[in-house]
Design a protein. Sequence first.
Length: 192
Amino acid sequence: MSYAGTQVAQIAAISRNRCIGKDNALPWHISADLQHFKQLTTSDIENNNGLRGIVIMGRKTFESMNRKPLPHRVCFIITRDMDYAKTHGLDKYDNVHVRHNLDDAITSAASLAHGMHLDTIWVIGGERVFRDALRYTDRVELTLVDTEVEDGDAFYPELPKDFVAAEQGETQHDDKSDLDYQFVRYERRTSA
């Protein structure tokens, strides 16, 4: 599967109860997970503007990052607010694009990825964007965090049955948060 020749991948860190957020923030801080995220969402290929990846996110996810685009990545933000780019000063950034639905964001991102010679676009949240993008998704990179989050307000969806664990890392421990975590890659099984 792929979208216009470009792989669509999702990346998230989830708790045992599938929580990805609380009060529009990550429920933990695990440095190795943030480095994993950065490594996967940027490629070794750099274009003339220093851009090395493409991410798609919802408005709340963007706002959780202090309304600043991720370095070295083109950011597509999905919002129904037609004036969002103008009212939030996003038109000053060359690497930020506002779209008003997921289909437009993925179509634009795939077209741009082709021109940048990137083979993957990344869906990075939040809950609704993850759920709606599953129909396009080829691969999911999850960090399984060994904790339950009470009062979480954003959750990662259950993966459809055609996704299988293709690669599982060893369980690791983060000393600062005192949490165990594991990187797991899921891939969509193709029908023969």
